[in-house]
Design a protein around this ligand. Structure first.
Ligand code: FAD
Ligand code: DHB
Length: 393
């Protein structure tokens, strides 16, 4: 098979790249190891920055998001049994976030690609990438048991943190930066009316907790746990009991409880591979960088990367101008490192380190006090959380 851009991975990065390239008149084929159903049902991130929302709307895939997404103008930081609202909208001059599940974005993108006769090969295996140091890269795989080779001009490495693209780059051509955190998040999806209209980030002496949602009747709630926490140790009753403690306020706040329909543990790390490119292989999204989820940045960074990559490729096809492609990594990394700092900072302000000292806790409370009483500090949080404007290219 031959196409212009071969894309590995049908997550948000790969699908959005394929969609944006299509709008530029560039053909692509996406290959994905999992089934369509699996990628459409995988519950992950839920917060879209204003820029991501604008990008989805401008590229014509925002219809259902506009109908079903929940627009939030603020978030709550909770500590010392009291809530403090950060007014994102007012502090950023009118930016907001939209709560809309990553799997819904994935569904919308798959629909758009298939309606435009785009090719996505699901359930493939033995994927490998070749020849990207020359002019004719290729992706080899097995599809329905048959070997297949896709020859292309460029490869989009959008296969997430555990994919094959990044490890296929010679090790001495990449520099990796990594930080692993001594905690994880236990996340649940529950059939329960969210007890707050806006997200609540709670710093509690028993550990961090976050109340989010997927709809007016579905709560998405996380609690800090060990990175290797065994789910069997967390029957639903214990989860609710622990969550009620971590969200307690002097006003008697209670979460609404309901049937838990999904449960999982995510370990937390910060990671960046530099540069995000080798020859004609371009890494985007989690394949190139990971952030701890506290800043809600992972999915948004993936969207920002492929926005730049699609424009850089369009410039190459249209004008044979490779200037933007050459600057791809540099253009992305500035935003990536800003998000790395923000995500690390939010994580360090909100989580209780195992064996953490009382000094650390007091320092966190002082920081939260600052962020909730100083307009300058709150503005900094709001600008980063609602999302920095996209790079002008
Ligand atoms: P992915 O979504 O990982 O997509 C990569 C795709 O490539 C996958 O479909 C995978 O199956 C496929 N693939 C992998 N290897 C191959 C191969 N060899 N060949 C072909 N296809 C391959 N962010 C938040 O902001 N908040 C959260 O709560 C949150 N929770 C998360 C929970 C989990 C378990 C994980 C893993 C991530 C979470 N994230 C969260 C991060 C966020 O979801 C990611 O940043 C986002 O998914 C990045 O999109 P992506 O397309 O780059 O990667
Ligand atoms: C959600 C996930 C996050 O990581 C976050 O910071 C906020 C919300 C969510 O899944 O809804």
């Amino acid at each position: 098979m031959r196409t212009q851009v071969g894309i590995v991975g049908a997550g948000p990065a790969g699908l959005l790249l394929s969609h944006l390239l299509h709008l530029e008149g560039i053909e692509s084929i996406v290959v994905e190891t999992h089934t369509r159903r699996h990628v459409e049902e995988r519950i992950r991130a839920g917060v879209l920055e204003q820029g991501t929302v604008d990008l989805l709307n401008q590229s014509g895939v925002g219809g259902r998001m506009r109908r079903e997404g929940l627009i939030h103008h603020g978030i709550e930081l909770r500590f010392n049994r009291r809530g403090h609202r950060i007014d994102l909208f007012e502090l950023t001059g009118g930016r907001a976030i939209t709560v809309y599940g990553q799997h819904e974005v994935v569904k919308d993108l798959i629909d758009a690609r298939l309606q435009a006769d785009g090719q996505i090969l699901f359930s493939v295996d033995q994927v490998s990438v070749h020849g990207f140091d020359g002019k004719s890269p290729s992706i080899r795989l097995r599809s329905a048991g048959e070997p297949l080779e896709i020859v292309c001009d460029f490869i989009g490495g959008c296969d997430g943190f555990h994919g094959v693209c990044r490890p296929s780059i010679p090790a001495d051509a990449l520099r990796n930066y990594e930080k692993v955190y001594p905690f994880g998040w236990l996340g649940i999806l529950a059939e329960a009316r969210p007890a707050s209209e806006e997200l609540v980030y709670s710093n509690h002496e028993r550990g961090f907790a976050l109340l989010s949602m997927r709809s007016p009747v579905l709560s998405r709630v996380y609690l800090q746990c060990r990175p290797d926490e065994e789910l069997e140790e967390w029957p639903d009753d214990r989860i609710w009991e622990e969550l009620q403690l971590r969200f307690q306020t002097d006003e008697g706040f209670r979460l609404n409880e309901g049937r838990v329909v999904q449960k999982g543990v995510t370990a937390m790390r910060s990671f960046v591979a530099e540069p995000m490119q080798y020859g004609r292989l371009y890494l985007a999204g989690d394949a190139a960088h990971i952030v701890p989820p506290t800043g809600a940045k992972g999915l948004n960074l993936a969207a920002a990367d492929v926005r730049i990559l699609s424009r850089a490729m369009a410039n190459w096809y249209r004008n044979r101008d490779g200037g933007l492609l050459e600057r791809y990594s540099q253009l992305c990394l500035r935003r990536v490192w800003r998000a790395q700092h923000f995500s690390w900072w939010m994580t360090s302000m909100m989580h209780r380190p195992d064996g953490g000292s009382e000094f650390d806790h007091r320092r966190q409370l002082a920081e939260l006090d600052n962020v909730t009483t100083s307009r300058a500090a709150a503005t900094n949080l709001a600008e980063n959380y609602a999302g920095l404007p996209f790079e002008v290219i």
